[in-house]
Design a protein around this ligand. Sequence first.
Ligand code: SF4
Ligand code: SF4
Length: 82
Amino acid sequence: ALMITDECINCDVCEPECPNEAISQGDEIYQIDPNKCTECVGHYDTPQCQEVCPVDCITKNPEKAEDKDQLWAKYEKLTGNK
Ligand code: SF4
Ligand code: SF4
């Protein structure tokens, strides 16, 4: 999963781009639900939130490091697609 660092400027550009609705506005900055973020695996070739973030504050979540197989499995679980 990816995560948003405290450099986030709350611009709201990323939230509508997420195919998994993993992004929401938190108390101080935007946040990514690691249980919903597939790093866009299953939907796009590249993480859409990272593509649009104007300050590049979205990075890998070190506490939720996953390989492609794990991200695919999460995608299948979230969508019911096999
Ligand atoms: Fe959503 Fe993709 Fe960003 Fe994860 S990488 S939060 S799935 S847009
Ligand atoms: Fe924050 Fe970047 Fe999302 Fe804007 S696009 S709300 S700066 S994480």
